[in-house]
Design a protein around this ligand. Sequence first.
Ligand SMILES: Nc1ncnc2c1ncn2[C@@H]1O[C@H](COP(=O)(O)OP(=O)(O)O)[C@@H](O)[C@H]1O
Ligand SMILES: C[C@@](O)(CCOP(=O)(O)O)CC(=O)O
Length: 323
Amino acid sequence: MKIKAFAPGKIILFGEHTVVYNKPAIAVAINRGVDVELTSRDDDEVNIHISPINYSQKLVLTGGMLEYEYDSSNKRISDYIYEVINRFKFNHGFNLNVNINMYLGAGLGSSAAVTVAVLKAIMLYTDNDATLDEIASIARDIEIKIQGAASPIDTAMSTYGGIIYIDENSNLNPINFDMQLPLIVSNCEIAGNTGEIVASVRDKYNKHTPIMESIFDAMAKIATDAKMALECGNSMKLAELMNMNQGLLDAIGVNTLELSEMVYQSRKFGSEGSKLTGSGGGGCIIAYAPHDIDEVYLKLSQLYKTFKCEQSNSGVYAKIVEK
Ligand SMILES: Nc1ncnc2c1ncn2[C@@H]1O[C@H](COP(=O)(O)OP(=O)(O)O)[C@@H](O)[C@H]1O
Ligand SMILES: C[C@@](O)(CCOP(=O)(O)O)CC(=O)O
């Protein structure tokens, strides 16, 4: 039997950091993510291969279980896979090929996409009929176990797909709209440390509370206006709001020279809206260029690791491709 599964990655369009303070945010599942191919075996071997990091491991099931002890002090993307496999009992071994078709550890939710895609493939292999809510919940558990803390955004985006407005009460509400959202993602190839950056924003908040509250309120208004701009198909307003959000992310101290250069290069090349995405301090920017995406993409890709994407309306899925 051969199973193929896919789970999308995500970008945060608006509201990174302020979402930690119960302000609204908008996250978008992208049509780039993690592809998994699971092939059944007649013996008890479990072979895991992760592209593009050239990771290969051969293990053996005991009594149908793996119970692989990974090194929890050295968090690797493979840990998420073992954490999924450890939770199931198997009749036979399998080969698992995991292909990460986006950047790893750059704020695009790679660990969530790996966890959700592997979970869905293994559930199909073991005849386990879980709902999407169950998948999102198990994947979040796994993220918390390995990372220590995790917002529900990444695992929700990889599970459900689409575009989600996270409201003041942390409810995840799908946004329905008709427009296309072509985006360019460029990676500065410097890893930001989300925990440290969130802590630095907290320090600034404690030091300058009234100013930071005003900035957060402005960012919250940007996110709610952006939701309306999406619903009305107002692409120019959306772009303008992205640029305003970028300025405020700079004000709270999460922007960097490299990210700023990428943002301004993308605007010089014709992108109408651009901003960092995720925690900042490194990672990626997103550029929105509804009128000339190809030109902006071409020029940015000559300078930086870059891909084009759109929203993924589909979340995780798995199918049997060979009986
Ligand atoms: N080259 C690599 N090889 C193995 N694991 C890696 C590598 N680069 C990053 N990782 C691990 O991948 C995981 C990425 O997870 P996360 O930080 O949630 O990703 P993202 O920033 O995409 O949301 C982290 O546990 C990190 O330690
Ligand atoms: C900064 C923050 O708002 C988003 C972090 O995003 P990412 O993990 O860099 O994709 C933190 C959070 O929401 O947990």
